[in-house]
Design a protein around this ligand. Structure first.
Ligand code: PHE
Length: 328
């Protein structure tokens, strides 16, 4: 057989073999049969050395051309295999970019914060400003200026938590009355929400809890204004059918004084204290009690949250158990 015939056969075989290769791995192995060390093309190249000199040049050209053609067939098949592997991959791993993403979990405000914000929003509509005060307080601002006598039981270690240096953790938000009224000229209206502290622990008491203080001073502010404001506040929080009641009470810093209850299950829950600001308290803040009068109240924020969200034990608000808080 002539070299030309031999080469034509190799080329045809290579074409068929490459087509038959089903994978890139297959194809590489097939290539070795032609172009590898022991491949037929390589063998043809080697055999050139045995030819007479006058035939060698022509035969060399023919073998080299065939080698190039086999390479080209190989490259073409390789490209085709790569293309189909790629489109199979794309088809199998289809990505639908129109699918909605996975939303990250979102938290929500603590029930106390929610109620507090709602309360402040309500009072803003009535023209009140929000006031703040310290939680570590002097005896003077928490008790003295509020007309507590030296021997008042509320100053007792039983209730008050004292800190080093003679100060204490405020037992109520009424300290803000003193701080806000001193040096201010009435008329004014303030609310002051915040944390307060007492030695106390049961289903409706916790050593730290939240109150919202409100106080309003003007020339003709009366107890009727106090009641009207508290009724409106209660209806805003607990609904139009909310039932509340006033009970006569005593506070050193208001006269007359009352406590207000809201219905809780079959009974009543003490919601907060209120009254007309005592003339001595106004005087302690540098306000003339013969000209100005006002009301004040301090309501429990935590108990409001308990009523609103149906929480039976105040601890559930502060234990920080996410399973509980997530339900609220
Ligand atoms: N400070 C009182 C308490 O904590 C509540 C109160 C506030 C009463 C304002 C009257 C006026 O119990």
């Amino acid at each position: 057989m002539s070299t030309a015939d031999e080469l034509a056969r190799i080329l045809e075989e290579a074409g068929v073999a490459f087509e038959a290769a089903g994978s890139l791995q297959d194809l590489r192995e097939t290539r070795a049969r032609f172009l590898g060390k022991k491949g037929t093309v390589t063998a043809a190249l080697r055999s050139l050395g045995g030819l007479p000199a006058d035939e060698r040049a022509l035969a060399g050209q023919q073998v080299n051309r065939t080698k190039g053609e086999v390479e080209a067939l190989f490259e073409a098949r390789k490209a085709a295999l790569e293309r189909s592997a790629r489109s199979r991959d794309l088809a199998e791993h289809r990505l639908d970019v129109t699918l909605p993403g996975a939303a990250p979990p979102r938290g929500h405000l603590h029930p106390i914060a929610r109620v507090e914000r709602d309360m402040c929003a309500f009072f803003r509509t009535l023209g009140y400003s929000i006031e703040d005060g310290p939680e570590v307080e002097t005896d003077f601002h928490n008790f003295g200026a509020l007309n507590f006598p030296e021997d008042h039981p509320a100053r007792d270690l039983q209730d008050t938590i004292f800190v080093e240096g003679g100060n204490l953790l405020r037992t109520h938000t009424s300290n803000v009355q003193i701080r806000a009224m001193t040096g201010r000229e009435p008329p004014f209206r303030f609310v002051a929400p915040g944390r307060v502290y007492r030695h106390d622990l049961d289903a409706t008491h916790y050593p730290m809890f939240h109150q919202i203080e409100a106080f309003c001073v003007g020339e003709d502010v009366t107890f009727a204004h106090l009641k009207g404001t508290l009724y409106a506040f209660a209806r805003h929080l607990f609904g139009q059918d909310a039932r509340v009641r006033f009970r006569a009470h005593f506070f050193p810093f208001t006269e007359p004084s009352a406590e207000m209850d809201v219905t809780w299950g079959e009974g009543w829950l003490e919601w907060g204290g209120c009254g007309m600001i005592h003339p001595k308290v106004l005087a302690n803040c540098g306000i003339d009690p013969d000209r100005w009068q006002g009301f004040a109240f301090g309501m429990a924020i935590d108990r409001t949250a308990m009523l609103r969200y149906g929480i039976g034990n105040i601890r559930h608000l502060f234990d920080g158990d996410v399973r509980v808080l997530e339900q609220l």
